[in-house]
Design a protein around this ligand. Structure first.
Ligand code: ZN
Length: 493
């Protein structure tokens, strides 16, 4: 019975991985004329995967496995497989096949339209499609019981969290964050003009590849390509890919983008190989996933010890740009705090304010209190009040992020801030155990940190919920204290 379950789940995984490959291709190399057929192909694959996963036979198998499950050690892979599959099955059977297919086709269409409308600052053309996305999101939520309409959407990415618990968490963080941002931005910001100039794409890419290889990203089980909106994707535990975006006039976008995506990839590459082709072979929640991209990008990648090792190498690659810039100035430059319009360019300190704006606005849209037509103005007003500046264009405003234009409105943003909070909590726990972690970073050694993360987080895949992973890895509940301590230590001094 267990082997029948695994065979069935492997087939579902094959269909989903094939869809992921088509998505990857759409976002990297596909010619634009391929879009409409691609939308249809993705809809077909997603329908087949959904049909297979929600077939009554899977329900029967899960019922029959109940007595076996009770005999198994709850921490065993098989018990976790039955438990997690049942949870996902019970969610999936609530969603009609026809809905899945319609929504998937719509998603491909709006993504393609967004990719054109965003650079053209053409919100009017995307508006009806975004209204449809909002309708789909509300329809999807209706298939589930909820207290707040966003709850089911949040639960898809961050299982166990609700609008209410995220609001409470964000309010607690915000109370300490806002005064800290005020204090830090009142000072003269660090000079970072040397990060702008001309940096040949190929050189940036080669250097970023060197860095992600050094932290442990395995190119035998992955590759790095270019896209508009960088992401990590996995087709199997032996094929975990990252994508980057280069800007010749900016030395940091590709570099930190690559480190960020490599952090996601390290998680997936670190999953125990025997979980392959099951629902357990993926990161456990978007918050825990994001904690890994943030940990490598920020706690490691923007730290002084890290650059003590890598800065001389960067100076060799770009001697005319960095030859006369000291290590101190460079580290201060890459950690410059300033209020800005673009989330993905934001510094560590203001980043969460960008996330909170999006989270609040999507909740208002789902609640029906904010119309899509009024989104650009609401966006501007919130940026003005929270960050003291507002974009004149929708390119740098409500259209800047891919999320609402490639999935549901709701559920996709809270994970970033949960991830930031967790990154510091995990890092603090690793540091307690490893001892001389900074000394290791200074020598370009990442083995012990990666090993700690693999042992406590990566290898488990989705065997445990985010809540369980946090408790097992840190001995604590989710807490903002390590994160606020980290931010104060780094920025308030
Ligand atoms: Zn990420």
């Amino acid at each position: 019975m267990l082997s029948e379950l695994k065979t069935l789940l492997a087939e579902v995984d094959d269909l989903r991985s094939s869809a992921s490959l088509l998505h990857w291709d759409q976002a990297t190399y596909m010619p634009s004329q391929g879009a409409s057929a691609r939308g249809r192909q993705l809809a077909t694959l997603s329908r087949l995967a959904h049909e297979k996963f929600t077939a009554p036979r899977l329900g029967e198998i899960l019922d029959e496995l109940e007595s076996l499950e009770n005999e198994l050690d709850p921490e065993s892979d098989d018990a976790a497989l039955i438990r997690v599959t049942r949870r996902q099955y019970q969610k999936a059977i609530r969603i009609p096949v026809a809905f899945e297919a319609k929504f998937s086709a719509h998603t491909a269409q709006i993504y393609e339209a967004w990719a054109k409308a965003r650079p053209a600052n053409d919100f009017a053309s995307i508006r009806p499609l975004l209204e449809k996305s909002l309708d789909f999101s509300r329809e999807l939520a209706q298939f589930f019981p909820y207290d707040h309409i966003a709850d089911p959407l949040i639960d898809f990415s961050d299982e166990g969290m609700k609008a209410e618990s995220v609001r409470a968490l964000f309010a607690a963080l915000r109370a300490d964050l806002v005064p800290l941002v005020e204090a830090v931005t009142a000072r003269t910001p660090a000079d970072d003009t040397f990060l702008r100039g001309h940096f040949a794409d190929e050189k940036q890419e080669a250097f970023a590849a060197q860095i992600v290889r050094a932290v442990g990203y395995d190119f035998e089980r992955g590759r790095m390509d270019r896209t508009h909106h960088p992401f990590m994707t996995k087709f199997s535990l032996g094929d975990v890919r990252i994508t980057t975006r280069a800007r010749a006039e900016d030395a940091t976008e590709l570099l930190f983008g690559a480190l960020h995506e490599a952090g996601h990839a390290l998680y997936e590459q670190g999953i125990a190989r025997n979980l392959e082709a099951t629902p357990l072979a993926t990161g456990t929640s978007s918050g825990v996933h994001e904690s890994q991209s943030r940990l490598w990008e920020n706690l490691v990648g923007r730290s002084r010890p890290f650059w003590e090792h890598f800065y001389p190498r960067l100076q060799e690659v770009f001697p005319s740009q960095f030859g006369a810039v000291s290590l101190e100035a460079f580290v201060a430059g890459i950690n410059r705090v300033s209020r800005s319009l673009i989330r993905t360019d934001a510094d560590e300190l203001t980043y969460n304010l960008h996330v909170m704006i999006r989270f609040d606005l999507e909740l208002e849209m789902l609640e029906g209190k904010l119309l899509v037509a009024d989104l650009p103005e609401a966006w501007r007003a919130r940026y003005q009040s929270d960050l003291g500046l507002a974009s004149e264009t929708e390119t740098n405003g409500a259209m800047q992020d891919v999320h609402w234009f490639s999935g549901t409105v709701g559920g996709a943003f809270q994970g970033y801030t949960i991830g930031n909070i967790l990154s510091a909590q995990f890092y603090a726990a690793a540091r307690r155990e490893i001892g001389d972690l900074e000394g290791q970073l200074r020598r370009g050694e990442f083995e012990a940190l990666r090993e700690w993360l693999t042992r406590n987080i990566y290898r488990h895949g989705s065997k445990f919920t985010a809540e369980e992973i946090v408790r097992r890895a840190t001995g604590e509940e989710l807490s903002t204290a390590p994160y606020l301590g980290y931010l104060r230590g780094k920025f308030a001094s």
